[in-house]
Design a protein around this ligand. Structure first.
Ligand SMILES: [Zn+2]
Length: 99
């Protein structure tokens, strides 16, 4: 292994996720079982034939850093719809004043 050599950023993505065996060797993801959009089981195998360790790693959604634009739109729409006509008009009048 070369010292100080950076892995391309892309390597850190989910599709090229790195897994390591407890023995220190690289592992590879043999298969992936998606149990939900937010939870997957990764079946991993050590790349060292002398080791041969196989294991399962869990990949789970952790938390939102910035909400999906679609979710925000939905939220806004629901919020707007819950307002009275007069409140909606007030809001749009204010928006007109801004632009
Ligand atoms: Zn191993």
């Amino acid at each position: 292994m070369l010292c100080g050599k950076m892995e391309p950023v892309q390597r850190a993505g989910v599709g090229k996720m790195r897994v390591y065996c407890k023995c220190g060797e690289k592992g590879r993801i043999v298969s992936r079982e998606d149990l939900s959009p937010e939870f997957a089981k990764l079946y991993c195998q050590c790349s060292s034939v002398k080791c041969g360790h196989t294991w399962v790693a869990n990949l789970t959604f952790s938390h939102t850093l910035s909400p999906s634009a679609q979710a925000v739109d939905r939220l806004l729409f629901d919020r707007l719809r819950s307002l009275s006509r007069a409140q909606q008009r007030d809001l749009f009048d204010q928006l007109d004043g801004v632009s």
